[in-house]
Design a protein around this ligand. Structure first.
Ligand code: FAE
Length: 551
């Protein structure tokens, strides 16, 4: 397949540190440089979004949020004959900007990249000693870096939720580990019915191994495999929702590049099957699903008369200013605002008296999926490739022995970095709680930065050994200066309205009939792998039961 990156022959004579020093002047130009691209023709079909949510409307079902849980609920309810309205605080992401593209490039963040920030907050904040963040106009952009006292939680904002910004890694946990993920759910029904249903609905497939072995854009992953195997760690291929045929055409230069142009955390203009192309497209096809983007739900309380719930929504413009406040009545409300969104909303509604009878378990059991990041500096003969597909395909599984599953992640800077980069998911035991802070009128999260030390220790069971075997060192330039570990963040918030604690065993909130949680808030803090397949499968399980018994 074309675009093979030439090996940097002869460069082994240079020392690694010499290289790092020598290239530092390139960073501003290269790591921040855009990948020039011609006008882009949109290839994706997206659902028609209905803007018109009328003040005073009466709705059979309102779904708060349009990520994995919300989209599953919308499709299944609509197919069961129920009219559904979805409120989404983020944008529709169906209209190209002035550059002809819907989404911004990872190496060139702009106003579209961040949710209501005036300066970017990139997960990898530095490169070769240089800070990467820059000023951007405040806009309802796609990636929210939500800051709590001890952790920054990255989340997708827009129709499709996290599916818009994530790496597409679609991992079903090993069955023998499922008991720790969702202890009250029967593994047989999940592995026989709901995981297969979720994988099919999401369009999950595996990269063609023969192509992978020769593709220049996966040289970084092959180096990751070599190092893992030489240290005796199991290396596993991981499915993804990316369209591999499209990626092959990207590599051949016959279609506009997306994953091979580094696109991922600010959206993919092609190739990735995010929810707008899968569940939401099918939901739209029923004719029963309407979506209101830039509508943020702020209150849910029992209606004064006639049953159901009074729901208050703020309509936003793209600066985040509230332009209208609407009040509707919904017979049923599904909370699908993501682990953080749902938890914050429920904790506030309970504390402020809108839903006082919610369980005391609301807000508890939140975890970061044990996320911790690091990079390793390879020798010059182990180039990882200047062309790196932004879609990961593989991981190192040391869960049983060391409590860590490490995704071999891309570092798509457009230059040869000689770096291997990893996002580890670890068996971190700590769980935090969301609480209402009446003084500030906000919801706090009790996560402590020091708790990440457990995750670091688990990740080190893999990377200390690989470094010792390979004679290599950790990168210290990616998360600050002289800082090895990305221990300040998570991509995988889970919990806060845990299944069979804050809700019954199918997501019905205790205390109120007709209120449900159907997103990552149900999972008690750790999925042992990347979480969206489990969130989707659990939503499939719960909505089937709810449709059969409640509707
Ligand atoms: P989510 O997808 O977050 O959807 C919630 C939606 O609700 C969002 O669109 C919000 O804007 C919206 N919302 C929130 N509050 C309100 C409100 N008050 N009113 C109206 N709307 C609201 O929830 N997971 C994987 O399995 N594999 C990966 O490769 C992977 N990579 C990731 C990379 C990045 C950079 C990030 C940020 C996440 C990644 N994840 C990955 C995590 C994954 O995207 C996440 O677990 C799911 O998106 C969570 O799904 P939920 O349905 O819980």
């Amino acid at each position: 397949m074309g675009n093979k990156t030439p090996c940097n022959k002869g460069s082994g004579e240079m020392s690694r540190r010499g290289f790092l020093a020598g290239t530092s002047s390139l960073v501003g130009a290269v790591a921040l440089a855009g990948h020039g691209s011609a006008a882009y023709a949109r290839t994706a079909a997206v659902p028609t979004v209905v803007q018109g949510l009328d003040n005073g409307a009466r709705l059979p079902v309102l779904i708060v949020g349009t990520g994995y849980g919300g989209s599953v609920a919308a499709l299944r309810l609509a197919r069961a004959g129920v009219d559904v309205h979805m409120a989404e605080m983020g944008m529709a992401w169906d209209t190209p900007g002035p550059d002809g593209k819907i989404f911004a490039n990872t190496t060139k963040p702009d106003h579209r990249s961040f949710w209501l920030r005036t300066r970017t907050k990139q997960p990898l904040s530095n490169f070769l000693g240089f800070p990467l963040d820059k000023d951007v106009p405040r806009y309802t952009g796609i990636l929210d870096a939500e800051e709590f006292a001890g952790i920054t939680v990255y989340q997708g904002r827009g129709v499709g939720g996290g599916s818009l910004v994530n790496g597409g890694m679609a991992v079903t946990p090993r069955r023998e580990r499922f008991g720790s993920v969702l202890p009250t759910v029967d593994p047989a029904e999940m592995y026989d019915v709901y995981y297969p249903r979720a994988n099919a609905g999401l369009g999950v497939t595996q990269v063609d191994p023969a192509w992978w072995e020769s593709a220049a854009c996966y040289q970084y992953a092959r180096v990751g495999r070599k190092h893992a195997q030489r240290s005796g760690f199991p290396f596993v291929f991981v499915p993804n929702v990316y369209d591999w045929d499209y990626m092959k055409q990207e590599a051949a230069g016959t279609v506009p590049k997306s994953a091979l142009d580094g696109e991922v955390i600010y959206g993919n203009n092609a190739g990735k099957k995010h929810m707008q192309k899968t569940y939401l497209a099918q939901a739209k096809a029923t004719g029963r699903v309407a979506i209101s983007p830039l509508h943020r739900v702020t209150s849910v309380t029992p209606a004064a008369s006639g049953g159901g719930y009074t729901v208050v929504l703020e309509q936003l413009d793209t600066t985040g200013t509230v332009t209208a406040t609407k009040t509707v009545t919904a017979d049923r409300v599904f909370f699908a605002a993501g682990s953080v969104g749902t938890s914050k909303l429920l904790v506030r509604l309970k504390a402020t008296g809108a839903l006082p009878d919610l369980s005391d378990e609301v807000g508890r059991g939140w975890g970061d999926n044990g996320n911790v990041m690091c990079g390793r500096a390879n020798h010059m003969w182990d180039a990882t490739g200047k062309l790196q597909s932004a879609m990961p395909t593989a991981g190192i599984d040391n869960w049983d022995a060391g409590g860590a599953f490490a995704e071999v992640a891309p570092l798509p800077t457009g230059i040869e970095t000689y770096a291997s980069f990893y996002l580890s998911i670890t068996k971190n035991p700590h769980r935090a709680e969301f609480t209402w802070n009446a003084a500030t009128g906000t919801v706090d999260l009790s996560w402590q930065r020091a708790w990440k030390q457990d995750s670091i220790a688990m990740a080190k069971t893999i990377f200390d050994k690989i470094n010792a075997k390979e004679g290599t060192i950790y990168r210290t330039d990616l998360f600050g200066t002289n800082k090895i570990w990305g221990d300040h963040l998570t991509y995988h918030p889970l919990g806060g309205a845990v299944l069979d604690r804050a809700t019954d065993n199918h997501g019905r909130l205790h205390g109120y009939s007709g209120l449900y949680v159907i997103d990552g808030a149900l999972i008690p803090g750790n999925a042992t792998v990347n979480p969206f397949v489990t969130i989707t499968a659990l939503a499939e399980r719960n909505i089937e039961h709810i449709i059969a018994t409640d509707l």
